[in-house]
Design a protein around this ligand. Sequence first.
Ligand code: NAP
Length: 264
Amino acid sequence: MSERRFVGKVALVTGGSSGIGRATALGFAAEGASVVIASRGVERGEAVRRELEVLGAQAEFVPTDVSQGEQVEALVRRTVERFGRLDCAFNNAAAIDVGVFKPSAEFNEEEFDGHMALNFKSVWLCMKHEIAQFLRQGSGGTIVNTSSVNGLGGVGGNALYAAAKAGVLGLTKSAAQEYAKQGIRVNALVAGGFRTPMLEGVFEQVSPQDPSAAEAGFARLVPLGRIGRPEEAADAVLWLCSEASSYVTGHSLIVDGGVTSPFR
Ligand SMILES: NC(=O)c1ccc[n+]([C@@H]2O[C@H](COP(=O)([O-])OP(=O)(O)OC[C@H]3O[C@@H](n4cnc5c(N)ncnc54)[C@H](OP(=O)(O)O)[C@@H]3O)[C@@H](O)[C@H]2O)c1
């Protein structure tokens, strides 16, 4: 381990029980932070909490549905009760409802509202309560929100997810402008393909007989020739939360193995 950039800092990671969130929570812990992770499933959340403690971190899992305002408010409150403050927030939880890939006009209103609550409103709710805490502390803070390359270029068959992830960029850039003077930096991770349960679920849906064929097809589109490791996304998030990025705010950091580079 080369650096300990987060000694004395308190980090909150939503969706910290799996994939990119888990890798980032472990990264924060390895670099000295106290870490709160939030997600719905208790078993996976408690398992990752134990992994964080094995790294020597103080850690807590708070069962939370990030689409519910009272639960998000309680999450931030619990973080401050336990650790006294909040320094870094990674608003990362999201879900693709596998099984609902279809053209835009075929979604119903209930599906629209559900997608937006889970993948868009949730990020606003987290920012709302985290920023309020940062302002109470008066010492700034960093926020990273997880968007997607689908939020840049859309995706046939999953328009609602794409729209939510595009919205996340709007929230990110707006808040970055609003709170820069108070020392609050707000940036986005624009994720390409990373090997997580979410992406594996997509491959299984696209190619139920042979998910590895779907994966190989995707990897062929990536200039670096492979799916990313969650730790490679985590490294970008940790940089955006660290002092090394102190002049970076309102940025959409694309980490995608080059997949969108021909279109940028
Ligand atoms: N993997 C990729 O290729 C990829 C590409 C682009 C963007 N992303 C984005 O990266 C982020 C992380 O995805 P991932 O691939 O790491 O997925 P993942 O492994 O499926 O993890 C998703 C995490 O979010 C939690 N979560 C889902 N719904 C939640 C809710 N309503 N409230 C609280 N927690 C919730 C899950 O736990 P519970 O289900 O137990 O709540 C889990 O901890 C997401 O924003 C995703 O859209 C991923």
